[in-house]
Design a protein around this ligand. Structure first.
Ligand code: NAP
Length: 286
């Protein structure tokens, strides 16, 4: 009989839809590089708490170590967990569940993932100062908390729906909601601009914002990663500004799950980026 210790390590990503997710490609890349016997499975789970809880119960029962969670289940993940990290509780959303004998533990690696992407883009430039966040969905929550932890303030949040802007701004002591129509005006003196809306994504309307008011030492981050080089990043780079793309955050947030569930060496480097860029290019072929 084969040794049960040889059984593959298992993890999943749950969302609706899920076919577009790059997470399986990221985890496969790391497992192959490390020679780890591991599977990371994309699961489409319909948008209800009951369906989500059923799926998680089944995964835990089958011996899965954990799962990533994406739209629309990030709040369900927090509700399902028996314990949550400080940062997941602060965000009110989790993108990671780790299954243990007494239940699931929730975490939010979007927060340190975004912080790492920002550090990479900034290089030697000191973080801090005024920041402007566009959007007030789940991703914007992680961005606001990461910016606050990195010492940015004031953190201005502009969103099409103003009530959501106020909610997300209130996550940080230095947060402040501003009208969506003021988004270009408030860039004056800002050291960071982050697009956390879905604007600029393939198939979505463009993000309409002039970057003229940003100072030369500002960093511009776009969470959208399809396309990788968004119009916002192209214009930021044309101005000589530091820039972080959505793939950078995606790779860094994934490292936390890989280390917790599947292996050890979750290095974010040029080889991983090249593999993912190739995967994105393959998808865009007719
Ligand atoms: P979400 O919760 O659905 O939020 C979407 C946001 O986009 C909301 O603020 C929404 O404004 C805004 N929006 C949508 N259509 C708009 C329009 N026509 N005009 C103005 N605003 C509009 O989604 P999410 O999870 O926060 O994700 C947001 C983006 O981040 C997506 O592109 C997603 O792919 C990306 N993301 C990237 C990573 C990464 O690792 N790179 C991680 C998470 C998310 P309203 O509130 O007014 O509807």
């Amino acid at each position: 009989m084969s040794d049960p210790a040889d059984r593959p390590r298992l993890a999943a990503v749950i969302g609706w839809p899920i076919g577009h997710s790059l997470s399986p490609a990221i985890h496969r890349f790391w497992a192959e590089r490390e020679g780890v016997n591991a599977y990371y499975v994309p699961l489409a789970v319909e948008p209800s708490y009951e369906a989500f809880a059923r799926a998680c119960d089944a995964l835990a029962g089958l011996g899965f170590a954990g799962c990533n969670v994406t739209l629309p289940h990030k709040e369900d993940a927090l509700a399902y967990a028996v314990r949550a990290s400080r940062r997941a509780a602060a965000a009110g959303a989790a993108n990671m569940l780790t299954f243990g004998p007494d239940g699931a533990e929730a975490d939010n690696s979007d927060i340190p993932g975004f912080a790492q992407a920002l550090r990479e883009a900034l290089g030697e430039t000191a973080p801090g100062g005024k920041a402007v966040v566009l959007g007030a969905g789940g991703a914007a929550r992680a961005v606001v908390l990461a910016l606050a932890e990195a010492g940015y303030g004031p953190i201005l949040v502009a969103n099409r729906s103003p009530q959501k802007a106020a909610q997300v701004a209130s996550l940080a002591a230095a947060g402040e909601a501003v009208p969506w129509s003021e988004r270009a005006k408030v860039l004056s003196g800002a050291k960071a601009l982050v697009n956390a809306t879905s604007l600029g994504m393939a198939g979505a309307p463009p993000l309409d914002i002039a970057l003229d008011a940003l100072p030369d030492d500002a960093v511009v981050a776009d969470l959208v990663y399809a396309p990788l080089e968004t119009d916002l990043l192209r214009r930021a780079r044309a101005r000589g500004l530091a820039a972080a793309d959505g793939l950078s955050m995606l790779m860094h947030q994934a490292a936390f799950g890989y280390r917790a569930w599947l292996g050890r060496e979750a290095k974010v480097d040029g080889a991983l980026r090249a593999a993912l860029e190739a995967a994105i290019a393959r998808r865009r072929r007719p």
